[in-house]
Design a protein around this ligand. Sequence first.
Ligand SMILES: Nc1nc2c(c(=O)[nH]1)N[C@H]1C(S)=C(S)[C@@H](COP(=O)(O)OP(=O)(O)OC[C@H]3O[C@@H](n4cnc5c(=O)[nH]c(N)nc54)[C@H](O)[C@@H]3O)O[C@H]1N2
Ligand SMILES: Nc1nc2c(c(=O)[nH]1)N[C@H]1C(S)=C(S)[C@@H](COP(=O)(O)OP(=O)(O)OC[C@H]3O[C@@H](n4cnc5c(=O)[nH]c(N)nc54)[C@H](O)[C@@H]3O)O[C@H]1N2
Ligand SMILES: [Mo]
Length: 691
Amino acid sequence: SQAFRYVYEDPERLRRPVRREGDRWVEIGWDEALDEVAGRLAAVRERHGKDAIAMYYGNPNGHNFHTQLYTQLFITMLDTERFFSAGSVDQQPQNLVCELLFGDPWMFPIPDLARTDFFVCMGANPVVSQGSLMGVADARGRIEAISERGGRVVVLDPRRTETAGIADEHLFIRPGTDALFLFAWVNELFASGGVSLGRLASFTDGVEQLRELAADFTPEAVAPVTGVDAPALRRLVRDFAEAEAPVLYGRIGLCTQEFGTLASWLVYVINVLTGRLDAEGGAMFGRPATGQFEPTGEVPALQHGRFKSRVRGVPEYMAMLPASCMAEELEWEGEDAVRAMITVAGNPVLSVPNGKRVGSAMDGLEFVVALDIYINETTCRADIILPSTTQLEHSNYEFLFSAWQQGNYARYSPVVFEPEDGALHQYQIFLEILARMNGMSAGDLNGMMLDGMIARLTASPAFAHLDADAIKAQTAAHADGERLLDIMLRAGPYGDRFEDGGDGLSLERLKAAPHGVELGPLTPQLPGLLRTAGQRISLVHDLICADIPRLRQRLERASTGMVLIGRRHIRDMNSWLHNIEQYARGDDRCTLLVNPLDASRIGLVDGGRALVRSSVGELEVPVAVSEEMMPGVVSLPHGFGHNTARTRQSVAARRQPGVSANDLVDDGPLDLPSGTSVVNGVPVEVLVPAG
Ligand SMILES: Nc1nc2c(c(=O)[nH]1)N[C@H]1C(S)=C(S)[C@@H](COP(=O)(O)OP(=O)(O)OC[C@H]3O[C@@H](n4cnc5c(=O)[nH]c(N)nc54)[C@H](O)[C@@H]3O)O[C@H]1N2
Ligand SMILES: Nc1nc2c(c(=O)[nH]1)N[C@H]1C(S)=C(S)[C@@H](COP(=O)(O)OP(=O)(O)OC[C@H]3O[C@@H](n4cnc5c(=O)[nH]c(N)nc54)[C@H](O)[C@@H]3O)O[C@H]1N2
Ligand SMILES: [Mo]
């Protein structure tokens, strides 16, 4: 896209490694940089053990398939228990719930927008975000089309968002109370006789238990806390039941909050209880060409709680610790203290709760290396920065995201700009560091990747007849990640299965189709797709039930006082497009939205300033008074605060400096089951600044 072109051209983007010397950055050669990084990391590991190296893995990696493929190798070989990622400030509750219900943390059902006639959207703003874990090219058009063909769109959100603006109905809901609202929906479904699983009934367990779990959560009991009155909830439940092809969708506003797992779970539970999972126009599963969802016959073990964080004893999830535990883990001085850190395309100082504390903790480490293309609020604390090529300098295949589209397709994106001589892709940086740390060559490691993938393939009954050397010979035209991609595509559900003369998919065929290959609409795939025991869906699980008493206690707490939520802007991408003139110009975006009732009560005026104070910090911010906000809720976007002298992002600092919302977000509270940060519904005081 255009944004990547501007990033490629940005004169402040790093093109070669830099080393910090005092407060100056000095360009150094790749060999020198890689030797120093690997040498210092290996020394820390040698002296203090593998867990003394921490790592933070950021969001852009999810869009780079070469990086994706080699990440597993990188983290397996580093083998640190101090591995953090942006996932725990994002989708981790959905990972956990999908793993428990369907057997795979990445098997997200997505709303079939083209065929639904009743779309209920909670905690997401697809008109701005372009859909999240639900790829849509033209979210606005798709959503408008639902109403145009006689359907309905209902949005539940503490802000009347851009998506709410094109919906048929918008209901305000108090942040963090969605699980209560959704439990009342389940309660009402049982009370009104609306439970109807259809074909899901033959492979779903736990329906009767749900009736009991939902018993106390009547519409009347939850209404004073959620702010949605009982008649409105009943009407929604009835309209949903009466629609032909309804679907309930929840995203990040339901994840990064006090009850992220329960809320995300209940979204799927309701789709199941109403027979809307795996149904046309409902919540459907993709069938990606790379075959990651193909049944293997195995039931994978749950990736939860195999070790715990040192300071708070929080269980790992998917081999990661919560980002909200990062600062305290970095500060920890006991046995196994962290000494070194690697950041990979991430800006945790702006992106994770109590980011300021993360920054200071990083400053206290012995050695920090950042794999990044900018000197920003996080990477300015590194000793060395290793810049990879950017998005348009490598080929790409949306390995993850192609599973969550409005239809199945495969598309290969070729290189747009040839990288300059000597430039390295991120996966090559991984390989070079690992090779130097372990006395191997990048070629050895690449060979391990290839052999490993082929061994897994030929171990499955469907490919047991194939010979590893024959697969190597057939794929020899491609190298590295592209070769692995070729194997995945050819072994995948639309692949040529390594048979000559077939017309199945291969990388060569994909490259010959510049606009991609359409692989047909989403189709029902259950129960065959399930990786759970007996290929059944158990709606109820211990990890989830254990959190219900905490939710019940929430009913005792009145929804009073001000709380903070975030928001996204069409021209932002988290923290990292603000250095692009074309994206950063215009009015100050980092404003506090306040409802007029709250503004007049507090004494705030539109265009004036407010002081916002939380348990961890305080900020002064410009105010925009807006009817969009639910009374009692204020909104400040994240990813700003580009005002430190140490960074090299002069456009961001001039055009959109702002303040960092995460300096107000407490790193204490967690969505317990998944370890996800609570960045929405943060208690704050809002005041008129002194003077
Ligand atoms: N309060 C609050 N906090 C939030 C959120 C919220 O809604 N509210 N949202 C959360 C969400 S959903 C997410 S995903 C996280 C994001 O959290 P992060 O991933 O930590 O943050 P980003 O701002 O995406 O930072 C991306 C980094 O990658 C670098 N980069 C970009 N492209 C490349 C590349 O090609 N190669 C390399 N090597 N580096 C590159 C950029 O310079 C930048 O440093 O933030 C979370 N934080
Ligand atoms: N332009 C743009 N697009 C982006 C990004 C970006 O930064 N800019 N980031 C990308 C990334 S990394 C992600 S993860 C996706 C996220 O995509 P979405 O999930 O669509 O995220 P948001 O736009 O943040 O919308 C979240 C909504 O939840 C609401 N909300 C907050 N708290 C609560 C709550 O407790 N309950 C309910 N019901 N609602 C709540 C907020 O008001 C907001 O409208 O977007 C991606 N797309
Ligand atoms: Mo995200």
